[in-house]
Design a protein around this ligand. Structure first.
Ligand SMILES: Nc1nc2c(ncn2[C@@H]2O[C@H](COP(=O)(O)O)[C@@H](O)[C@H]2O)c(=O)[nH]1
Ligand SMILES: [Mn+2]
Ligand SMILES: [Mn+2]
Length: 269
């Protein structure tokens, strides 16, 4: 669901105008690429920072992680901020050690998979329940791979206390939040059900980040802006929610990347 009119300085797809000023930062959002990036249908616009909200792979085999990381390394974006999703099984080491037989005929080297993505270089920043401050513009990004339990895949967490604790770690100073799954009632529709996380929504309401980028629910790809009433002076007046799932319900890369531009943090532009 794309809003009829996108918020200012936001675009969808490849045909995007130049940034308002060279000192602004262009963010390009994608998610749920599931190793489909070599398909003819998959293209990304240029930008300063790529945000990838998880499900890089089909089922998290080491070769699939390596292939996704090779793709990220070759992109022109100066930084690529990435989280895992429930399909990136090998990156959830304790989960993988108990469950690898469900996904692979051979136990993959999950320690190596984590090294491959954490030590990739080429501007790749892998976040697992942690923050990163973008040196060029001062924005704080927080990333978490967790999503509510659904058939016991990687980084699944029980709704309630487990996920509440995960979300309590998101600093209130977060400007750009990246989670694999959506908060409840926002771009989280599966057939006639809203399957997003209630506890994530409660935390997002407290933090009021400028942007919340996620994926996971492929068929609810889109952008929604929520205006906050009675916002605290340090919080944003609105949050733009982006479900950046590239793949469709059928795992075909049909949805276009979503782009937003931000001025330097302390600028009045
Ligand atoms: N009813 C629910 N459906 C869900 C949930 N989480 C995911 N899904 C469905 O699966 C696809 C793909 O997700 P993926 O992680 O396998 O790539 C998604 O688009 C939904 O249709 C859930 O919690 N409840
Ligand atoms: Mn997915
Ligand atoms: Mn997923």
């Amino acid at each position: 669901m794309l809003q009829e009119k996108l918020p200012d300085n936001m675009y969808v797809g490849l045909e995007v105008p130049s940034k308002p000023s060279p000192n602004w930062t262009r963010f390009v959002c994608v998610s749920d690429t599931h190793n489909t990036v070599n398909s003819e249908n998959f293209h990304l616009p240029d930008g300063d920072i790529l945000l990838h909200a998880g499900d890089l792979t089909k089922n998290g085999a080491l070769s699939q992680i390596e292939s996704a990381v090779d793709w990220l390394k070759g992109l022109p974006h100066g930084r690529k901020i990435v989280i895992a999703g429930n399909h990136d099984t090998c990156l959830d080491e304790p989960f993988y050690q108990h469950n690898w037989r469900r996904f692979h005929t051979q136990n993959q080297d999950s320690v190596k998979a984590l090294e491959v993505i954490r030590n990739a270089g080429c501007g790749i920043v892998y976040l697992e329940d942690e923050s990163f401050t973008i040196p060029e513009n001062g924005y704080n990004v927080y990333g978490s791979p967790y999503s509510p339990e659904f058939f016991n895949w990687a980084f699944n967490g029980d709704r309630g206390d487990f996920l509440k604790e995960k979300w309590s770690r998101i600093p209130s100073t977060t400007h750009i939040l990246m989670t694999h799954g959506p908060p409840v009632n926002i771009l989280d529709r599966v057939r006639n059900e809203n399957v997003g996380c209630v506890d994530l929504w409660e935390r997002v309401k407290e933090i009021k980040p400028l942007f919340h980028v996620f994926g996971h629910i492929h068929e609810s790809y889109g952008v929604v802006e929520k205006r906050w009433e009675n916002g605290h002076e340090n919080n944003a007046k609105s949050t733009v929610f982006i479900n950046a799932s590239s793949c469709s319900y059928e795992y075909k890369p049909v949805h276009k990347p979503i782009v937003f531009d931000l001025p330097p943090l302390d600028s009045s532009e």
